[in-house]
Design a protein around this ligand. Sequence first.
Ligand code: HEM
Length: 140
Amino acid sequence: MYEWIKAFHVVAVISWMAGMLYLPRLMVYHAEAQTGSIQSETFKVMERRLLKGIINPAMIVTWVLGLYLAWSVFGFKGGWLHAKILLVLILSAIHGMLVRHVKAFAADKNQKTPRYFRILNEVPAVLMLGIVILVIVKPF
Ligand code: HEM
């Protein structure tokens, strides 16, 4: 059973990360588009569907299955696991920021620049690198 849960954990992780890497990239282009333009309205639909259809459910499944794995075999013990959970908490905070940005764009109230979203786009990639090294190499 453990291996099956782990397989679905990784599938959820891939879906969550795909969205976390793509959504800020969409926002780079959205921040460049004229408010009220056809492009801007199209980006609103793309952002909402990506968030509600993929990113939110994938994050929930990742957390539920990840916590089960952490509890069932590791009893929540291990430095690598604690560090991994810390990085995933930061990733979840970025997720929360993206939710707020989607709402701001939907209300035509975005104040952030394309450069801001370019920088924000790099953060999930760096966190993913750390998380995957921690869970596979388990360096401590
Ligand atoms: C939400 C909190 C999370 C918890 C508590 C958690 C916990 C775990 C645990 C305990 C394992 C099993 C490790 C093993 O069997 O050696 C695992 C596997 C894995 N996790 Fe997570 N995880 C979480 C989120 C994530 C995220 C966000 C990512 C990637 C960005 C990720 C990537 C992976 C990968 C790639 C594996 C497979 C590793 C292997 O087979 O050796 N996890 N996770």
